[in-house]
Ligand binder design. Structure first.
Ligand code: ADP
Length: 769
């Protein structure tokens, strides 16, 4: 091979090597570029990783620091818990009372020293001991006084109690006479917290309290018994004094002697009122006062009270008015004696503390027929001295009076309102007063009263001719009340305040004139006279008078056609109107007859304690058989003075009177004497009035006979009159004996076949002293 060839070959080889080199260089630079890119990416990644590592590192450091804080907080909390636990435990230890807690298996977890002391140093009482074992130790070691129960029964009782979800506290006595009240409370997980409270001093105090209460009650009973005895002992002779004084004033006396007799009577009566107040109050205090509900007529009771007060009101020139809601029932079930007592006290005070003007008793109420209940609302309003504002709450207290120079002249015990308040509260009601000094007072009470189911009085039958009444009275309120009653009956009313006004208001359509008696200028009687003398002679006139005796005065009877006692009970008004109708009918039939008053009938229906009301003259029994017997009256009364008083009181009546000195004699006299009427004292030796009556009723049984028996009760008995009516007595009268009421009862029950009560056939003025 030539050189050239060799050179060419070399050249070619060189070229090829150069190309290869170029190729390799290109590959290398591509690889380099790739490597560069890789390196760049890697660097980026490393940077990122480094940042992440730094963050993690930071976080780690933070966690570490947080952990540290938590650890330190935990430590502090632990310390706090320990302190709290220490304090709690310390406090529990300081307790004077025992404290322990048990787990749900009734094993002791811990207890304070006071609790452990109960066990008097017994070493076995440590945490872990069971409740049952504790009970066992208590009885075995004689640490507990199990009393009459005995240890076994006591443990079983205590164990049973422990297992209850909420054991009731129990009192146990320790050997050293200490008393513990054990209170155990079960928690959620079944743990039980036990408290053992030392109540020794409380128990001792309670014992002392019980002992002193028993002593006080005994003393109170002794006081009540003493007061009851005393009042009975004082009352019996006082009844004699009052009765005799009443009889004495019936005899011919000169003025001075009459004054003395009346003073004896009034003082005696005042003393009886005081004794009764004191007695009632002591009974209420001793919780001995019982209520005796029975059906009664409230409106009637109100009028009875008013009638009793009427004389004092009349003497002072006060108008005493009753405004009974026309739409309110009148028959209720309640204790009429006690309700009358409250009414008497409130209305009596109103009259006592009023110099001029009026006293009005107003009754309204809300009745609910479904439950037969009625909320009765009674107010007693006066125009008297009133009560200063600061004393208003004071007057219902015991022995409290508005004492200043103004009212020292008023008598009274200061007990009336306190008694009334207690009575009203006992009856489930409330009592209050509104008053303005110098203007007047309004006392009121509200009482829930069941309505009596007995049928109401039949509607009055009024004469159809009665259409227009001329009403004459100078007390506007009185006119207003009467007007309401008349309007309710569908009667037209023209009102006039004076007789002169009445005369000029008179017109043809008027068919009745009702006039007050004491009118200014011309009085009611003069008005009647003038009417009779003029063209209206045929128009009947009824006179309103506050005196119960007016109806019996001959000149009044001559001039008017009837007398209504003011304030007029609705029944009396209706009866009088009906009676006018009856005589109008009789006139129409041309029959001449003396109009008879219905007062007797009204009284008989009025209840046991009806006060003196105008009573009618009895019709003379002209056709009486000459041999007719006299009415037989038996009076059972052990007290000789009262017998004497009774005898004198009935002496002008034509009756055969026999006395019995006790219940046994009364029963005997019932058999032998055959009385038409018996007055029966309740408290008598040997056999009391209730027993005697029961015996008489037993003897009557099956014979169809029923002798009326009227109980004579001391005031002291009215509260405990339990069974007086149940024992078969028909009525009762309260001592001191009242002539008018005794006469009234005798007249009511006089048999038709007996001789007239008034021997000369003349009208006896029953109710007149
Ligand atoms: P007292 O027996 O004195 O009347 P009360 O308990 O009935 O006893 O009344 C207490 C006092 O309340 C009375 O003394 C009187 O001061 C006052 N008081 C009672 N009712 C009235 C009244 N209607 N007007 C003025 N004061 C009255």
């Amino acid at each position: 091979m030539s050189l050239a060839e060799k050179l060419a070959e070399e050249r070619r080889a060189r070229l090829a090597a150069e190309r290869l080199l170029e190729l390799k260089q290109a590959e290398l630079s591509a690889a380099n570029r790739k490597l560069g890119r890789h390196a760049l990416a890697l660097t980026k990644q490393i940077g990122q990783t480094q940042a992440e590592v730094a963050t993690v590192r930071d976080e780690n450091a933070k966690v570490k620091s947080d952990l540290h804080t938590v650890q330190s907080d935990l430590h502090t909390a632990n310390e706090k818990i320990e302190t709290a636990e220490r304090r709690l435990w310390h406090s529990i230890q300081v307790f004077q009372d025992g404290f322990a807690f048990f787990d749900s298996d009734s094993k002791l977890i811990g207890a304070n020293t006071a609790y452990l002391n109960i066990f008097d140093g017994l070493e076995e009482i440590t945490p872990g001991i069971s409740y049952t074992r504790i009970l066992q130790l208590l009885t075995d070691e004689g640490l507990i006084n199990t009393g009459e129960m005995g240890p076994d029964a006591w443990r079983s009782m205590m164990n049973d109690r422990w297992l209850l979800p909420a054991p009731a506290p129990v009192v146990v006595q320790l050997w050293d006479e200490r008393y513990l009240r054990l209170i155990d409370q079960r928690g959620h997980g079944g743990d039980v917290v036990s408290l053992a409270l030392d109540i020794t001093s409380t128990v001792r105090y309670e014992k002392e309290l019980r002992a002193s209460r028993a002593r006080a009650e005994a003393a109170n009973r002794a006081k009540s018994a003493f007061l009851a005895n005393m009042s009975h002992e004082i009352r019996t002779p006082m009844n004699g004094v009052v009765g005799m004084a009443e009889l004495l004033s019936d005899t011919a006396l000169d003025e001075e002697q009459r004054l003395y007799a009346n003073t004896i009577k009034n003082s005696g009566e005042a003393l009886l009122v005081i004794i009764n107040d004191v007695l009632d109050y002591s009974k209420i205090e001793a919780d001995k006062l019982e209520l005796h509900p029975e059906p009664f007529d409230l409106e009637r009771s109100l009028h009875e009270v008013v009638m009793l007060l009427q004389p004092s009101a009349r003497d002072k020139g006060l108008a005493l008015l009753v405004d009974y809601d026309l739409f309110l029932p009148t028959k209720f079930v309640g204790d009429p004696g006690r309700i009358r007592q409250v009414l008497t006290n409130l209305a009596g005070n109103a009259v006592k503390f009023t110099k001029e003007g009026h006293v009005t008793l107003r009754v309204t109420g809300i009745s609910s027929p479904e439950d037969k209940q009625c909320a009765v609302h009674v107010t007693i309003e006066d125009t008297g001295i009133g009560i200063p504002e600061e004393m208003i709450d004071h007057v219902f207290g015991e022995f409290n009076q508005v004492e200043d120079e103004r009212n020292r002249k008023f008598e009274g015990t200061g007990l009336g309102l306190a008694i009334s308040k207690r009575l009203i509260e006992m009856m489930g009601g409330e009592i209050w007063v509104d008053s303005e000094e110098g203007k007047g007072s309004c006392f009121g009470f509200r009482l829930p009263l069941p309505m009596d189911g007995s049928p109401d009085q039949p509607e009055p039958k009024l004469p159809s001719s009665l259409r227009h009444v001329l009403l004459v009275d100078d007390v506007p309120l009185n006119c207003e009340i009467l007007q309401k009653h008349l309007l309710m009956l569908g009667i037209q009313v023209t009102a006039a305040e004076t007789a002169a006004a009445a005369l000029s208001a008179m017109q043809d359509s008027v068919d009745l004139v009702i006039s007050g008696h004491n009118l200014p200028a011309l009085d009611g009687l003069q008005l009647a006279k003038d009417l009779k003398a003029g063209p209206w002679a045929s128009v009947p006139v009824l006179l309103l008078n506050s005196s119960p005796n007016a109806a019996n005065e001959p000149d009044i009877r001559q001039l008017v056609d009837g007398v209504l006692q003011n304030p007029v009970p609705r029944d009396d008004l209706f009866n009088q109107l009906a009676k006018l109708g009856a005589s109008a009918d009789a006139d129409a039939d041309d029959v001449i007859s003396e109009p008879r008053t219905e007062a007797g009938t009204a009284q008989a229906a009025a209840g046991p304690e009806q006060a003196a009301a105008p009573s009618s003259p009895q019709e003379p029994h002209e056709l009486q058989e000459p041999q007719a017997r006299r009415m037989r009256v038996l009076a059972a009364e052990d007290n000789k003075t009262n017998q004497l008083v009774f005898r004198k009181m009935v002496k002008e009546l034509n009756i055969e009177l026999q006395f019995a000195n006790n219940g046994l004699e009364a029963v005997e006299a019932f058999r032998s004497f055959g009385p038409d009427l018996i007055f029966m004292d309740i408290s008598m030796p040997m056999m009391d009035g209730k027993e005697a009556t029961a015996e008489i009723r037993r003897l009557e049984d099956g014979t169809g006979a029923h002798v009326p028996i009227v109980a004579l009760t001391a005031h002291a008995m009215t509260g405990d009159s339990e069974g007086i009516l149940a024992a078969g007595l028909d009525h009762y009268l309260t001592k001191p004996l009242r002539k008018a009421l005794i006469h009234d009862k005798i007249r009511t029950f006089a048999p038709d076949e007996a001789q007239p009560l008034d021997p000369d056939g003349a009208a006896a003025a029953a109710g007149q002293p």
